[in-house]
Design a protein. Structure first.
Lengths: 393, 324
């Protein structure tokens, strides 16, 4: 029935219109919506709601800020192909301020930002890319004469929701690496409002897009963990769904780059893979949108833990990871394992009955043996007494 | 009837018994010591603080020894042995306490412990074996097992203080299964598979003297600091890496227990809690062998017993002739 609902949507005028707008086939558009719903882990039928939301609802205004970063998150978004992300960024959402993508510059773009904030007060999405320097009054990153701290605070005040894209905005990322000369921190350290963080360097664009589509479809951001990461994307360790996991379990490891184990696709743990301590969905939706089977571990390089604070850019790339899989632990025998069971009542009763019967039978046999012996003796005595008188005679 | 001749016979037997007793009493004065560790003894160092519980050693052990998976769950999907068996020579067990939040914490924590043969310097199983199916290699010190010599008496099963040798009751011919430190791989230039595959060096292979020095080094370091740990074989190919020093209990298990073992262990959780009870420093086999070899030395005890038995037999015999 759900399938029928989605199929009937295919001829829906809004869907036709949306597909045309996104320069996609109608079916391709619906496939995209289904994929979004699946990435979000939504139940069956939600893809129809997603399709409807994307096709019909008013595009949310998005203000995208850049601070201490390399624009890698934006670049990675631009290279997504299903569908081309610039279509989505321009048509699914209304991108009202983005320093990389905007043709305008200087006062013109700053004015556009102010206008968008005013027009969509309390309704726009604030996306932050890059860490925020706090040292020396935050003077190490300024846009239009204002420090990053001031800009974030100003834009966050009237935002409907705030999304931190990339590890820099999520927890400081690369700029916060020791000795952290600029005092770089994540967005959630600057403002008090809840921030959805999409860490990664860069994060998978679909994790970001799914979060936006969730907001569009349900009017709220998806459920997040204690670090503000959407649970649909960051609730599992890379290690848990890794395609090389079987090799880890069997103790088959690549020992150095290019050795036999490495060429055979063995586990990269000994080369410093941070998969066992990094929460991300890279093994399931892969990295970026670079093609089939493409993510760092599949390419033969250990995971560097880019999404995880304290791991990515902090631990040396080839340092062995702390394995988090068994916390809390499962499926190990205890130190003392009770094995075997005592006899059940029924079994004991049957056994007792058999033993009793055997004992009884034995007793009877013994008794009869004695009787027959006595009878034989009596017989012999009788015979001999019969014979003796005969002899005498 | 008691003839003079019989009386003299009885006296002679009694005297022999008394002599035997006096010999046995003077015996323990020349008790044998714990057997020393062979010079080139090979072994393992298991560091529970490094173990991540991946069970790669369990899988590798099964593979190189040709052992099948064993199941303890109804679905029978994964190799889930609960303890060492005739077909499982190595198991990673888990200590659980309270909420099991932190690793290597005795309270509300958890810890791993490897369970496999410790290759005692003076093994009880070798001592108990009546047919020398259990042997201690004079060079490597590996406690090996020869199924062809074994008569299936299972004395070794009862003798081992760690409960390691296990009897295969499912087989018609039956045999013992236990870790032999991959001695079948040594001629190929390979070493213990469990150490070879261990990703963190929690199981480290090498000469016991080197392993002991490494264990002492780890115990002397400040917990929480970083140090370089070897992986695979100590003194073999360099696979070292940096890791955090665990909060060790200041004790090398197997250094002195039952006369020392060739597999030594470090742990952050008291050894008693991870199934390694305190054991005397004197090996059980040195005690039992001292006793037994004294009693049976020069067939003294059998002769004495025979004498005593003969005496009582003679005393109680009533010659048939007397009845007539």
């Amino acid at each position: 029935m759900q399938e029928q609902k989605l199929q009937s949507l295919e001829i829906h005028e809004h869907v036709i219109e949306a597909a045309k707008r996104l320069e996609m086939g109608r079916r391709e558009f619906l496939q995209f919506c289904t994929a979004m719903a699946a990435t979000l882990g939504l139940p069956a039928g939600a893809e129809a709601a997603v399709a409807e939301a994307v096709a019909v609802k008013k595009r949310p205004s998005v203000i995208w800020l850049h601070f201490q970063e390399c624009t890698g998150c934006t670049e990675s978004m631009l290279r997504a192909e299903h569908p081309t992300i610039e279509k989505l960024i321009l048509d699914v959402i209304s991108l009202d301020y983005h320093e990389t993508l905007f043709a305008a510059a200087g006062h013109q773009i700053e004015a556009a930002k102010q206008a968008a904030m005013k027009a969509n007060k309390g309704q726009y999405l604030l996306v932050v890319e890059g860490a925020i320097p706090t040292k020396d009054g935050g003077i190490y990153c300024k846009v239009g004469g204002k420090t990053a701290i001031d800009i974030v605070k100003e834009c966050a005040t009237d935002a409907a929701a705030i999304i931190a894209i990339g590890s820099c905005a999520s927890w400081g990322g690369m700029p916060s690496t020791d000795p952290n000369p600029t005092g770089a921190v994540g967005v959630n350290k600057i403002i008090d409002k809840p921030v959805v963080t999409i860490p990664g360097c860069p994060p998978n664009p679909y994790n970001f897009l799914s979060t936006v589509v969730h907001f569009l479809t349900f009017g709220q951001l998806p459920p997040v963990d204690e670090l503000g990461r959407p649970k649909f994307a960051y609730s599992r360790l890379v290690h848990e769904n890794c395609e090389r996991r079987a090799h880890f379990d069997a103790g088959r490891f690549a020992m150095e780059f290019g050795d036999e184990g490495h060429r055979k696709g063995y586990c990269l743990y000994k080369l410093g893979c941070k998969g066992p301590e990094t929460y991300a969905n890279c093994p399931t939706i892969l990295f970026g949108d670079a093609g089939a089977g493409t993510w760092p571990v599949a390419c033969g390089h250990p995971c560097i833990g880019c999404t995880e604070q304290g791991v990515g850019f902090q631990k040396p790339i080839h340092q062995t990871a702390k394995v988090m899989t068994y916390a809390p632990p499962a499926s190990f025998p205890r130190i003392v394992e009770e094995q075997g069971k005592g006899a059940s009542l029924g079994a004991a009763a049957v056994l007792a009955a058999v033993a009793g019967a055997a004992a009884g039978a034995g007793a009877m046999v013994a008794k009869n043996l004695g009787l027959s012996h006595a009878a034989e003796e009596a017989e012999k005595a009788k015979q001999s007494s019969e014979q003796k008188p005969a002899e005498k005679v | 009837m008691t003839s003079r001749r019989n009386f003299l016979k009885g006296t002679l037997a009694g005297g022999a018994a008394a002599a035997a007793v006096s010999v046995s009493v003077s015996g323990p004065a020349c008790a044998r010591d714990n057997n020393p560790q062979p010079e080139g003894a090979l072994g393992l160092l298991y560091d529970a603080t490094l173990c991540v519980g991946c069970k790669a050693c369990v899988a590798a052990c099964k593979e190189v020894n040709g052992n099948p998976a064993e199941f303890s769950t109804p679905e029978q999907l994964w190799d889930t042995p609960l303890d060492t068996t005739a077909k499982t020579f190595n198991v990673i067990k888990m200590f659980r306490s309270g909420t099991m939040e932190t690793k290597d914490d005795p309270d509300n924590g958890y810890a791993f412990m490897k369970t496999s043969c410790l290759h005692c310097n003076d093994p009880s199983c070798v001592s108990a074996c009546p047919v020398s199916a259990m042997t201690k290699d004079p060079v490597t010190g590996i406690v090996g097992y020869d199924a062809d010599a074994c008569i299936g008496c299972r004395y070794c099963v009862a003798a081992c203080p760690f409960g390691i040798p296990k009897y295969d009751y499912s087989s018609a011919t039956g045999k013992i299964g236990k870790c032999e430190l991959c001695r079948h791989r040594l001629p190929e230039g390979k070493y213990a598979a469990c150490a070879e595959v261990c990703p963190t060096g929690a199981t480290l292979y090498g000469k016991v003297s080197d392993l002991k020095a490494e264990a002492e080094r780890r115990l002397s370091l400040k917990p929480g600091t970083k140090t370089v740990f070897q992986r695979g074989q100590l003194g073999g190919k360099d696979q070292s890496y940096e890791n955090v020093v665990g909060h060790y209990v200041q004790h090398v298990y197997g250094e002195k227990e039952v006369g020392g073992t060739q597999v030594i262990k470090l742990s952050a959780v008291p050894f008693e809690k991870v199934g390694h009870k305190p054991l005397p420093e004197r090996s059980a086999s040195s005690k039992s062998e001292t006793l037994q070899h004294t009693l049976y030395g020069g067939l003294v005890m059998p002769l004495a017993v025979l004498g005593v038995m003969t005496y009582f037999a003679k005393r109680n015999v009533k010659p048939d002739d007397d009845e007539l």
